[in-house]
Design a protein around this ligand. Sequence first.
Ligand code: NAD
Length: 351
Amino acid sequence: MSKIKVVVAGVGNCCSALVQSIRYHADNPKGLIHYDLGGIKPSDILVVGAIDVDSRKVGRDLSEAIFAEPNVAPKFCEVPSTGVNVVKGPVLDGADGVLKDMIRVDDFSPIDVPSYLEDLDGDVLLCLLPTGCQKAVEFYADAALRAGYAFVNCTPARIASDNRWAESFEDRGLPLVGDDLLSQIGGTVFHMGILDFLAKRGVDITKTYQLDIGGTVEAYGVLEDFRREEKRKIKSEAIQQMLPADSKIATGTSDYVGFMKDCRTGYFYVEGKNCLGSDVIIDIYLRTHDSSNGAGTLIDVIRGVKIAIDRGIGGQLTSVSAYGFKNPPIRSSLNESMEWFRSFVKGERKR
Ligand SMILES: NC(=O)c1ccc[n+]([C@@H]2O[C@H](COP(=O)([O-])OP(=O)(O)OC[C@H]3O[C@@H](n4cnc5c(N)ncnc54)[C@H](O)[C@@H]3O)[C@@H](O)[C@H]2O)c1
């Protein structure tokens, strides 16, 4: 199996966990949804390039940059020197607003991203920029198109769910997936799972909320109104599809608590009625790590994209997007999207 050559834009917490998980899960399947995916192992993913704008990351080997501030993802395992030097990309709106408090923009001039990508001759450009930077995400999507890369948009910016972008990628025969990564066992997917279970057991759900608190740059950034709204809208739509139209829903990050670092606590409340109109109430919390939660899904998404590249399929990969993202071009239930993804891997679904 030839390696899947990935270039990462945004060496933040999720990138840190991805780089570590490729190593940690080289021969350890425990904790993954899929270890062998269509004959592809996590260790078949190779990060060949990395772009960021923060002076504490630019110019350093990726193995060091992933642990540089303001990243808070823990050291889950040792990562030896990678030989990949983090280069400076154009900032655009990547460090706007409150993100200025966290990101120290490097003084050097940005590289020419399309030429950098062409020189690396990679397969996939993985976009891990902060929430709320539409211009920067569009810039990287365009660079992927020019350099002939598949594009994975983990941010909430609309790319894979925008038909104009989808057509451009289809015209170039390049796969496109997104938008807004669905964590392996994060707040949205966990909430969907609880609601799915209750609905299958006949409970009429009337009210529900999911509020969470974390200590990452991402949790800090979404305190800013426009970022919070962008995230809340996507999370609410993902939950709304599972409920009657008149049910009351609230979702979103409610606060940043620095000492929590990479941990996120999600509070879930569900109210409904079962047989004889009796009350059913769930009031629980879930505590996980943000970074590894993202990597747990990404490791599958990247391999799904590689399968599409090998089969010569370009444009929106609806099954991979429905399985791995909160705002895919076509939404589906958790069970169905898993089924779509596995059928796609087996070659029973085109995209
Ligand atoms: N569990 C998860 O990790 C998860 C789940 C769902 C969605 N996401 C999405 O994934 C994205 C990344 O999450 P994260 O926690 O790693 O974020 P992060 O804030 O830790 O990292 C973002 C990185 O992007 C860099 N950056 C900013 N502007 C840039 C530019 N113009 N060019 C290159 N780099 C730039 C920053 O310096 C930082 O290193 C976010 O959009 C988030 O919403 C992550």
